[in-house]
Design a protein around this ligand. Structure first.
Ligand code: SF4
Length: 392
């Protein structure tokens, strides 16, 4: 049985210490002389109040506790996506200097190609050399929903340990979910501490005024099982864990447990921690686009990431700016879609796109529209269908 602690409190240091203590303390993973590698989530070095980056106090506790347990070296490492170090990154540097740790921007150090045993997709992956040379790996993600992958917490935080060009490659080939599972197989975290001071919807780098979905939660979640931690995080945020494809794959591949009835929770209960209002991709798109709406009926991240892809296609192709007939597309996704459920969304002249095998028209669901097969459909097929609808 996996054990996960959930602690709530406004004092980040006290809350982090308590969450670690409840799963056995840092001494259960760090031994005298160990080299400890700590991986925060720093993405583009956004300000702390955006909820995008791991709060400094969480990292401070981990550095201090690791040295107290006898660590010979503590490295705080991240592959940055910022062009120039921001104030947040300077604060990280100063923290490392003040505490005797090292702060490494990992793209200045080598990456090593490692074989993946029983790969989900990639037979080899490249990972940071300083990470692979460490004795103890502590993964310290934030608690965020993600526009394409449902959430970005423990498993997705592995993405910051690979070369920037590999990140681009996985994104462009649509294999991010496969890649993060294979990365977890190569290097498993010895301890995971989720900084849930805030939650936000991660959409990639964007201006500070666009972090409108940031909410303060004052939570820390700690444990050892990345699947259980991600499943609990999803439940807290209001994302159904079974809709996250990579969690299902991670469990099938033996990386952990997503069935929450088999997870022992210590601290506050899951119900007490539950926020449930984190915004997902369908709500985000529907609140910002007039001519394209997503009708989500329990779709998994396979089809949901395609929706984001489609939004980019509509914007960059200029289609969303032209006055076209039909004037509105409703894209239906998910296994629970039924004709009577979407009736209220239909305007005159709108067109229905049925995306993926889950929405295949049958006598039982009564769905009618332009069906794009696949599980999920390929982005190219979806784009072709849109061009066909508009007669391009
Ligand atoms: S069609 Fe496949 S990818 Fe799309 S929601 Fe259904 S199961 Fe997920």
């Amino acid at each position: 049985m996996s054990r996960v602690s959930i602690v709530r409190g406004g004092d980040i240091r006290a809350r982090t210490e308590e969450a670690i203590r409840r799963v056995g303390g840092i001494g259960s993973v760090v031994k005298r002389g160990d080299k400890v590698f700590v991986k925060p989530n720093l993405v583009d070095g956004a300000p702390f109040i955006t909820g995008e980056v791991t709060q400094l106090e969480t990292i401070e506790v981990l550095i201090k506790e690791s040295f107290d347990a006898g660590a010979s070296e503590v490295i705080v490492g991240e592959t940055p996506t910022y062009r120039r170090p921001t104030e947040t990154i300077e604060k990280y540097r100063r923290l490392a200097e003040d505490t005797g740790a090292k702060f490494l921007e990992l793209n200045n150090y080598p990456f090593v190609e490692v074989e993946v045993k029983n790969p989900r997709f990639f037979s080899t992956v490249r990972l940071s050399k300083p990470l692979l040379e460490s004795d103890v790996f502590i993964n310290v993600p934030t608690l965020k929903t993600h526009a394409q992958y449902g959430i970005t917490v423990a498993i997705k935080n592995m993405y910051g340990l690979i070369p920037p060009e590999d990140r681009m490659f996985y994104h462009y080939t649509g294999r991010v979910e496969e890649a993060i599972i294979d990365l977890c197989k190569v290097k498993r975290a010895d301890l995971i501490v989720v900084d849930g001071t805030y939650t936000t919807l991660h959409l990639g780098p964007r201006p500070i005024e666009d972090f409108r979905e940031t909410h303060r939660l004052d939570l820390t979640i700690a444990g050892f099982d990345p699947v259980a931690i991600d499943a609990i995080s999803a439940r807290i945020l209001g994302v159904e864990p079974s809709t996250i494809r990579y969690l299902r794959w991670a469990e099938e591949d033996g990386l952990g447990i997503s069935d929450l009835s088999s997870v022992e929770v210590t601290g506050i209960s899951l119900e007490e921690a539950r926020f449930g209002k984190a915004i997902g991709i369908a709500e985000y798109v529907n609140s910002r686009m007039n001519d394209f709406k997503i009708a989500n009926f329990g779709a998994c991240t396979g089809c949901l990431q395609l929706m984001m892809n489609l939004v980019h296609f509509l914007r960059f192709s200029g289609l969303s700016k032209r006055s076209l007939k039909p004037s509105k597309i409703i894209c239906v996704v998910g296994p629970k879609a039924r004709a009577d459920e979407i009736k209220g969304m239909l305007d005159e002249g709108c067109v229905i796109l049925l995306c993926g095998y889950c929405t295949a028209p049958t006598f039982y669901n009564g769905l009618k529209g332009h069906f794009v097969p696949g599980c999920p459909p390929s982005p190219e097929e979806l784009q072709l269908k849109i061009k066909e609808i508009y007669g391009f």
